[in-house]
Each structure stands twice: as structure tokens, then as C-alpha cells.
Design a protein around this ligand. Sequence first.
Ligand code: TYM
Length: 332
Amino acid sequence: MSKKRVLSGIQPTSDSFHLGNYLGAVKQWVELQDSHDAFYCIVDLHALTVETDPALLRQRTLASAAQLLALGISPEKSTLFVQSQVPQHNQLGWIMECMAGFGEASRMTQFKDKSAKAGSDSARVGLFTYPMLQAADILLYQADLVPVGEDQRQHIELTRDLAGRFNARYGQTFQLPEAYILKAGAKINDIQDPTAKMSKSSGSVAGVIEIMDTPEANLKKIKSAITDAGREVTFDPIEKPGISNLLTIHSALSGRTIADLENEFAGKGYGDFKAGVAEVVVEYLRPIRQRALDLLSDEKHLIEILHAGSAKAREVASTTLEATYKGLGVVS
Ligand code: TYM
């Protein structure tokens, strides 16, 4: 039996990915590449929905590739590519826009949040059509699974709806994808405001653990993480959101159970606990950051990897686009 297909994407909107990106998504990408036919995409077109600086976009696209490789994505196992190098994404994106209702697109919570923040005069039309381009990203590859964090669930549901609608009207064309969202790590919170998700766009600098930050900076951040009332290190996301978030992070990186960690830190207080979490995070990220820096020092090699990935992606994407056009009755 042939392997099931996985696709996911990440925006190059920051100099560094953060722990939420890794634990919510990329860690699963790495695991799934062994058992699945994996396609992973740096979604640079999606990044254009906010103001971008040309030099920064280029730098961040390459930094994204370097980090994904450093985190364990292997170009031998996975197809790692850049969205803008596969024009079929825009082409199917338009068709998905024509399949989507204005009402259902208006109900996307990420659109509502981001456009409210930007204000209606500065929010881009691309922010509104963003989920339909994301649907195209997924459907072009006939993906069975889409490993993402909880905040993407609604976009995957929309993708399923659009695919189902197209199939019903024009004949079976698209695989209906399923969101692959692990319980632990699905939502990593800001360590200064543990009721809000860790985020590149809205998080405070002090609340976001960045993969490319120096070990010293991350050590300091985690030691200054906000804690909760009480003194016991116990997992209780309602009463102790700060401690619970740190327990989740420790557990995901150390591979130890939450119960085991609660035992270890019983009676020890929050200071010792934060020092323990800091050590785990810093030592986990130290070699990854170094690998990413090494990879970034050879841009030519990085670009070759991305070109090879994009060429493979175009083959799959063009087959799906042809079938889509045929279904629609487009004269070829
Ligand atoms: P992006 O670039 O914002 O984030 C990349 C991945 O990281 C996850 N994530 C988190 N998970 C847990 N806790 C957090 N605090 C946290 N913050 C981010 C996201 O859920 C995501 O999986 N729309 C997507 C990019 C995209 C895409 C796609 C994803 C474009 N096309 C096709 C899957 C399939 C996004 O903005 O991710």
C-alpha cells in the first residue's frame, strides 16, 4: 500500500520560529516524515498579507528553511518547498475563492481577529482570502493529514467543506484532508501571559521562546516566566495556567510525563521548577540553533534544496490542477 500523504505549511513572518510552532506543528512534521509521504511548504505568499520588507522576506524565507532542516526535516524523506515557486497554489487558490461563500469566509476567527487588530482600512483583501489559498495548498497535494496547532483547525474544516463541495459539483477530484492535532502542544501559551497563545505577531517579546534566540536570552526569559498563586507544581490549566504551560513545554521536550514532573518538583517551589524547565529548553534548542546558523551560512546549498523540493511539488500540483480544470470544463 502506498504511504499516506501529509502536507503542512509555515509562514516566514519572523526571524525565528517559536516553541509554539515547534511543539504545535513542526515536531509532528518530523515524526510523520518517516511513515508518510510528506510535503512541507514555506508559505511566503501568505506572509504578504501583512506589510513586508523585501530584504526581510528573503532572509526569513531562508531562515525558515534552515530552521526546518535543523529541527529535523530531511530533504531525502520530505519534499520541502517554497509556495511562490509552485504557481499552481495561486491558480487553485482562485478556484477555491470561487467555491467559498462570503459568509463562511467572514466567519474565520483568524480573519476576524487579525482584521479587527489592523482596522478595516488597513486590513488587506489577502487577509480575507488567506484561508482559500491555504485550502489550495492542502488540496493540490491530495493530503490525507495536515499536522497543525489548534489555531488552524477551522481552516482545515473549511478546506474539507470546499473540497467536498467541489467534488459533489464537478466529480471526485480532491482527497478530504484531516487535521492532525496532538493534545499536548496543540496550544503553547505566552510565558508572560499564559492565557494567550504564544504568537509571533501578538506576543510580547519576553513571552515568546524563540528557537534562534541565544541560550542566555532564553534562560533569562524562562526564569522570568510568570507563575501562579500557590506554591505547588501541579497541572491545572484553569487555576495554574502559567505552571501548566511550563509543564507542557517540559514534558514535550523531555519526553517525560506530566505526573512524573509533578513528582520530581513536589515541595520544591516555582523557582526550582523554572530553573529545571529552562535547562531542558535551553539544552534542547542549543544544537538546533547552531545547526540552523551553519546552514544559513551556505545560502546556495539551501536554495538548491528548496529548488529541488519545489520541482517535485510542481509535478504533483500540476496533476491536480489539470484534473480540477478538466472537472470545471476549462478548455485545454
Ligand atoms: P503559522 O505560520 O502561524 O504557524 C505554523 C504552525 O505553528 C502552529 N502554532 C502553534 N501551535 C501551538 N501553539 C502555538 N502557540 C502556536 N502558534 C503557531 C500553527 O498552528 C501552525 O500549524 N495558516 C498557517 C500556515 C499555512 C498552512 C497551510 C498550514 C498556510 N498554508 C497549509 C497547514 C496547511 C499559519 O499561519 O501557520
